[in-house]
Design a protein around this ligand. Structure first.
Ligand SMILES: [Zn+2]
Length: 528
């Protein structure tokens, strides 16, 4: 209190009710050197040193009053409870009774309204900083999540483009999980993300992302199809391993900018059954959903099954009823395939030799031991078993439906005919299952006959060029006129070789080969 009394200098005008302490000489001296200045009437003035003790004080020079900045701020922000009485002297009116200053300042600092103002302002300021911190944290989390999701998307995109299986036997193995682990080695934030329980890598989300990617590809294709003035439809159905009917739909269209014909696969669709009505409805539904109008259809092509190509109630007839301008084309490759199958089954020597080739390929392909034996013997007699791509599976099985891959299989078999015979002899002489031995022995006897070899060679001479045509017809670039022209070329070739000279040439060839391979007695191999 001595301090206050020292600073409280009398001011008769303002301070009538308080006793006026007299100034000692020493006080006068200190006041003259400090900021404590007096006017001519020795009136007390505001001291800036008060702010050291009461930091909330703020001096308004124009009005010559002091206020409490905390209370002023609380009043401005309406942080006071309305019913409470405020210390107006330190808020709106301002305090100017300097002689009572220190007492009143101390009293104000103890007042409830000041405490309320200080605590409310502090809460508000803290709140602001907490919200800002929370916002920054949320933004950081969002950026990390966005980055992780982008990596999840690009990883799935990569696997889908490369035709690589996504999942393994469990959720946490498989190519997708391993790829993410690998990528997280370069991205620590991804590693943290993957450690979370909810990290968007579940099977459901993988499927959803793949579906989104598929829809995006489909939308791009459809946007190109929309610009084409004409379209063609290709559809075929088959039964999958679950016994469900799957309908594949492709569209041929003209690219509006490059004027090049494209063939786009739109997808596999489930149809309720394999009847013509169900398949027609499925096609209509797909085209409607993708916004492809039937009015642009100028051709549709299916296989020869009665539900597809039936003249009265087949899918082709129903589509024709909806769009009479569209022309039905029986798939040219299917037509060629049917013609070849019919011809081959009519010629006994070709039919039997093909059956022998198929059985022989299966015998060696289904057992690693037999395959190894054949390879060893082929090496011994210097027959190359390397395929074009360097693989050692040199015996190909005959494709049951597609003819264009049969030529390669037969060429390889002709090449190692001798090795096959020697391998069969050894297999028969070894101990093993009786039924398999008798099967191999039966085949060996068939293959040892010159007419079997001749039949295979004949088949190759006749059907080899047909398979070249089949390969050409499967090309996306094939046009109707191009297909007709290619078929004409093949017919010419077949007519040219339908000649005694050509037959003699083939027969002599087989006779020469047979003499080398079969007519010579084959000595049993000596086993060390
Ligand atoms: Zn205050």
């Amino acid at each position: 209190m001595t301090d206050i009394s020292r600073e409280n200098v009398s001011c008769p005008d303002e301070n009538h009710d308080t006793p006026t302490p007299a100034l000692s000489e020493s006080e006068t001296a200190s006041a003259s050197t400090s900021e404590f200045s007096r006017n001519k009437q020795r009136k007390r003035k505001y001291l800036t040193s008060w702010e050291n003790k009461w930091p909330w004080l703020v001096y308004d020079q124009d009005a010559d009053v002091a206020r409490c900045q905390m209370c002023v701020k609380a009043e401005e922000l309406k942080l006071f409870k309305a019913e409470k009485r405020h210390d107006d002297a330190f808020i709106s009116r301002g305090f100017s009774q300097w002689t009572k200053g220190p007492d009143r300042f101390a009293a104000h600092e103890r007042a409830t309204c000041h405490h309320e103002a200080v605590s409310n302002v502090a809460v508000l300021e803290d709140g602001h900083s907490v919200t800002a911190k929370l916002n920054a944290q949320i933004a950081e989390g969002q950026a990390a999540a966005r980055e992780a999701l982008t990596i999840i998307f690009t990883s799935l995109h990569y696997l889908a483009c490369q035709n690589i299986a996504v999942r393994g036997h469990r959720h946490d193995d498989g190519n997708f999980a391993e790829l993410l682990k690998l990528r997280s080695e370069d991205k620590p934030s991804l590693r943290q993300w993957l450690a979370k329980r909810n990290n968007w890598t579940s099977d459901i989300i993988q499927n959803e992302i793949l579906e989104m990617l598929a829809h995006d590809v489909q939308r791009q294709i459809v946007s190109d199809i929309e610009k084409s003035p004409y379209i063609g439809l290709i559809a075929d159905s088959t039964t999958d391993s679950d016994g469900l009917e799957q309908l594949s739909i492709s569209i041929r269209y003209l690219h509006a900018e490059t004027l090049v014909i494209h063939e786009a696969f739109l997808g596999m669709y489930n149809s309720s059954s394999s009847t013509a009505d169900a398949l027609t409805n499925a096609i209509k539904d797909v085209l409607l959903r993708l916004g492809i109008p039937f009015s642009k259809l100028c051709g549709h092509s299916f296989d020869g099954a009665s539900n597809m190509s039936g003249r009265l109630y087949g899918v082709q007839a129903q589509i024709k009823a909806m769009q009479p301008k569209s022309m039905f084309v029986h798939c040219v490759n299917h037509s060629l395939d049917l013609a070849l199958q019919e011809t081959a089954s009519d010629i006994a020597v070709v039919r039997n030799s093909l059956a022998i080739v198929r059985d022989c390929a299966n015998i060696f392909r289904e057992s690693a031991k037999r395959k190894q034996k054949l390879k060893q013997i082929a090496d011994d007699i210097s027959v190359s078993t390397e395929t074009e791509s360097g693989q050692s599976t040199f015996l190909l099985s005959l494709c049951p439906t597609r003819w264009c891959v049969r030529s390669r299989a037969i060429t390889r078999m002709l090449k190692c005919w001798k090795a096959i015979l020697l391998a069969m002899e050894e297999l028969v002489s070894e101990s093993g299952r009786g039924d398999m031995k008798s099967k191999i022995d039966g085949l060996r006897k068939q293959m040892s006959k010159a007419n079997t070899y001749c039949g295979v060679l004949l088949r190759q001479g006749l059907f080899g060029p047909c398979e070249d045509l089949a390969t050409a017809l499967q090309s996306e670039k094939t046009t109707a006129t191009g297909a007709l022209h290619a078929a004409g070329v093949l017919l010419n070739h077949l007519e040219r070789i339908r000649h005694e000279d050509e037959f003699d040439h083939l027969y002599n060839q087989s006779e020469l080969d047979a003499a080398v391979l079969l007519m010579r007695p084959v000595l049993p191999r000596r086993l060390s």
